[in-house]
Design a protein around this ligand. Structure first.
Ligand SMILES: Cc1cc2nc3c(=O)[nH]c(=O)nc-3n(C[C@H](O)[C@H](O)[C@H](O)COP(=O)(O)O)c2cc1C
Length: 140
């Protein structure tokens, strides 16, 4: 089976609150295992970044569905690649713990210590996710 990794950014609608964020994560953790999807979801300052890994059809179907979700807008595809192995295999949908996000990590890859996937390359956002995993900033 062909494995792929896809990453996108989006802007949460202004009304999104902690409850809705939890609902999205709950829904993802419920649905993803059955579809062979793993990944990470990061939410900070009204911006989502999500990485989805899995079979090509499963990832494509889920991404198409997510792009029509009214809880966010401005969905931009940051990165798509065929992969030999998963990076986020341990998470049906891991949540990036922003409280543990080191500002120095953001500065490493961008001009300011704010998360702005719209102004950096997809490679940079992916590198940031890798470091978050390496520094144990991901919650189950
Ligand atoms: C930022 C964001 C990320 C999401 N990630 C996932 C996901 O990883 N898996 C998933 O099944 N649904 C995800 N959703 C929800 C889907 O858009 C959709 O509401 C859901 O898959 C429908 O599930 P249901 O058939 O159980 O109602 C996400 C939604 C948003 C706004």
């Amino acid at each position: 089976m062909m494995l792929v990794r896809l990453m996108y950014a989006s802007r949460a609608v202004p009304s999104i609150d902690q409850d809705e964020l939890h609902a999205i994560l709950r829904q993802s953790k419920l649905n993803n295992p059955g579809r062979g999807i793993t990944g990470l979801l990061c939410y900070s300052g009204g911006i989502f970044i999500q990485a989805l890994e899995g079979g090509r059809s499963a990832v494509s179907q889920l991404y198409n569905r997510i792009t029509t979700d009214p809880r966010h807008t401005d969905v931009v595809l940051l990165s798509y690649e065929e992969i030999g192995e998963r990076r986020f295999a341990g998470w049906s949908m891991g949540q990036v713990n922003m409280a543990r996000l080191n500002p120095a990590l953001l500065l490493k890859y961008s001009a300011t210590a704010t998360l702005d996937p719209y102004s950096v390359s997809g490679k940079v956002s992916l590198a940031l996710f890798d470091e978050l995993v390496a520094t144990a900033s991901v919650m189950c």
